[in-house]
Design a binder for this molecule. Structure first.
Ligand SMILES: CC(C)(COP(=O)(O)OP(=O)(O)OC[C@H]1O[C@@H](n2cnc3c(N)ncnc32)[C@H](O)[C@@H]1OP(=O)(O)O)[C@@H](O)C(=O)NCCC(=O)NCCS
Length: 156
């Protein structure tokens, strides 16, 4: 499978809305408050999300099959969130280039560190992050939440 990873722009808001809602319904279900909230977003709200955070899509034959968000928290730190691949596209190594694109973006922005959170029992996602070089944040720097592990990667 050849995947193309692209950063979505405001004009891609319809594609972004569709893949984001697929990701939320697959991960959380359509009854989840977050799905309910975002499914009623207006075009302006989707566009704002694309302005405020960088969103990268994995494209297979012009179909979006994956997504990751990246938020610049401060000049030094970029936070990655909501990595997702369509279930039919899993198991083919497409997650790594998606995460790598977001890490490259952080590096281009002169960030020093990229952080994320992953469920402790999500072995597949942890494997993806570790293969790129992310390591668990240890000690008091770890913002521990129930069942989640904070990881970071130094990019400078
Ligand atoms: C997380 C996700 C994006 C990974 O994509 P994927 O296509 O399933 O992952 P890959 O096939 O690239 O596998 C990643 C690695 O994990 C390994 N792996 C697969 N199953 C595993 C398991 N049960 N335990 C440990 N490692 C596993 C694979 O061997 C692969 O490593 P390799 O490339 O060195 O062989 C995808 O599973 C997904 O969308 N899951 C639901 C949403 C989610 O959990 N997002 C993460 C939020 S932090």
């Amino acid at each position: 499978m050849t995947v193309r990873v692209t950063r979505l722009t405001e004009s891609d808001w319809r594609l972004f809305a569709a893949v984001r809602l697929r990701a939320l319904s697959d991960s959380l279900g359509t009854e989840d408050p977050q799905f309910q909230q975002e499914s009623s977003f207006t075009a302006a709200q989707w566009r704002r999300r694309l302005r405020e955070h960088a969103q990268f899509a994995a494209m297979l034959n012009d179909r979006a099959v994956g997504l990751i968000g990246a938020q610049q928290e401060n000049p030094d730190t970029v936070y990655l969130y909501s990595l997702w691949l369509d279930p039919a596209a899993r198991g083919h190594g497409l997650a790594r280039p998606l995460v790598a694109a977001a890490v490259d973006w952080a590096r281009d922005r002169q960030a020093r560190i990229v952080t994320l959170r992953v469920a402790v029992d999500n072995a597949v996602a942890r494997g993806v992050y570790e293969s790129i070089g992310f390591q668990p944040i240890t000690g008091s720097r770890n913002d521990v939440r129930a069942g989640e592990l904070a990881m970071s990667l130094s990019v400078r």
